[in-house]
Design a protein around this ligand. Structure first.
Ligand code: PFF
Length: 458
């Protein structure tokens, strides 16, 4: 078996393009929207530490395995798993990892595009000055007006998907690679500007104490599990996205060093986003850090709207969220597009249009679940809740578990070694140990607790 086949989709033009692309995939709504409110709900401090430990001990080893599987085959996740299964002489059932990955990436994209659309709407609202001097009640009204209007949601969902389609259709180097090299510096620049403004205008000290004063008394098993789930989501692992990007990674690059760089950048962005958001929240009386999912769309506009220079902050912030969501969403579309090109011989633009349309239709379910169909529930879940639950609590842990077990125990050792040539023996063993024992056990706990939660709360 050819150890290093060629990619029919092209290769990232440099090591940095892969790092930027993978960081672009990792940094998204998970960092800017989810991390701050979940950390806020679980009391900050110790939760943040556990989240960071999970990234290092579980996320990094699994992410390395995903990149390895992708690069070993240089194909879309479905064919990458096929390649690894044939080369290792293992059971064909392992190929399901690729199918589940691609399928869940499309499911996630269908609701991710709707939420990213909210950020686009807020971006234009700020540009029009509509979020100036909002009271808490006004902010709730602005938010419920948006989610209560299906046409407005569809408009933004379509605009966001069009942005993704546009990039993915242009190909790995001319589309994804070029978009990433433009978007990521803007993202980092915006983050730094936002951070400086938050330090100057907000209550940075309280934010710092909130995120880094470790109070282990407040930590429950539930919080540990949440931290682990968030670590998976934020690193984009278990969804085929990183496997697809790994397929375009230059052969001579070090997987270990590159993945570690991406994980560090992703964590730094989450922490910066947390510091920025909480600096602003703490500087505004009456807003609680534990406000939940509305933290970004309800609390922040109130805080921004009532602070000197807040309009500029708000404008930059929602622009940042859109850019971050965009660079993540393209990695959710790419795996399925690559597969259609490989197996169905469809051209890249046609594959991108077809899949975006499919995702758009599926996304209508999420759109309607906030308004017309908000009372239609199956076992207590709206359509959106069900998708979120299915992907985050079932598909993601299951494929993370399977990837760890497959790369740790089943894949032929010389194939694994061939991709990890630069790794010193002691680090190779450390990685294998984390992948074989720590990651699967931890992921299994997430999965079991997810299912347990579902049945105990319904
Ligand atoms: N990591 C992205 C975020 O934190 O928003 C979300 C994501 C992107 C998850 C790509 C999964 C994925 F394949």
């Amino acid at each position: 078996m050819d150890v290093q086949p060629k990619s029919m989709h092209g290769i990232w033009s440099s090591r940095w393009t892969f790092i930027l692309a993978a960081t672009g995939s990792a940094v998204g709504l998970g960092n800017l929207w989810k991390f701050p409110y979940v950390a806020g709900s679980f009391g900050g401090g110790a939760f943040v530490l556990i989240y960071l430990v999970c990234i290092l001990l579980i996320g990094v080893p699994v992410m390395m395995a995903e990149v390895l599987l992708g690069r070993a085959a240089r194909k879309s996740p479905i064919n990458a798993m096929h390649h690894a299964v044939v080369a290792s002489g293992s059971r064909s059932g392992w190929r399901l990892i690729g199918w589940v990955g691609i399928f869940s990436a499309l499911l996630i994209l269908s609701f991710y595009a709707v939420i990213a659309g909210w950020a686009m709407d807020y971006f234009t609202l700020t540009a029009k000055g509509a979020l100036y001097k909002l009271s808490g009640d006004d902010a709730v009204l602005v938010f419920s007006n948006l989610v209560g209007d299906p046409l407005r949601l569809v408009l933004w969902q379509s605009a966001f998907l069009a942005l993704c389609l546009f990039v993915v259709a242009a190909g790995v180097q001319r589309g994804l690679g070029r978009a990433i090299t433009i978007l990521m510096p803007i993202l980092f620049l915006l983050l730094i500007v936002m951070m400086l403004l938050a330090v100057l205008k907000g209550d940075f000290y309280s934010a710092w104490m909130f995120l880094f004063a470790f109070d282990f008394e407040s930590i429950t098993w539930r919080a540990v599990l949440e931290a682990m789930g968030l670590a998976f989501f934020t690193l984009s692992i278990g969804m085929g996205a990183i496997m697809a990007y790994g397929a375009y990674m230059p052969a001579e690059d070090s997987i270990g060093r590159t993945v570690l760089t991406v994980a560090i950048l992703d964590s730094v962005v989450a922490v910066i986003a947390g510091l920025m958001i909480f600096s602003i929240v703490f500087a505004t009386p009456g807003i609680e850090p534990s406000a939940g999912p509305g933290l970004m769309f309800i609390s922040l506009p109130v805080a921004f709207g009532n602070m000197a220079g807040g309009q500029l902050l708000s404008f930059l912030f929602f622009f940042l969220v859109v850019i971050a969501a965009w660079s993540s969403a393209i990695s959710l579309l790419e795996p399925a597009v690559a597969w259609l090109i490989e197996d169905k011989k469809i051209s890249r633009p046609k594959a991108s249009i077809f899949l975006s349309f499919l995702v758009w239709i599926l996304g209508l379910g999420t759109v309607l679940s906030f308004n017309i169909a908000k009372d239609i529930k199956v076992v207590g879940f709206t359509f959106f809740d069900a998708l979120d639950f299915l992907t985050a609590n079932i598909m993601l842990p299951l494929s993370g578990f399977a990837i760890a077990v497959f790369a740790g125990f089943i894949m032929r050792r010389d194939l694994v070694r061939a991709q990890m040539i630069d790794l010193k023996t002691k680090y190779l063993w450390l990685w294998l140990w984390l992948l074989r024992y720590v990651a699967p056990v931890a992921v299994l706990i997430i999965f079991l607790m997810g299912i347990y939660d579902k049945f105990s709360s319904v």
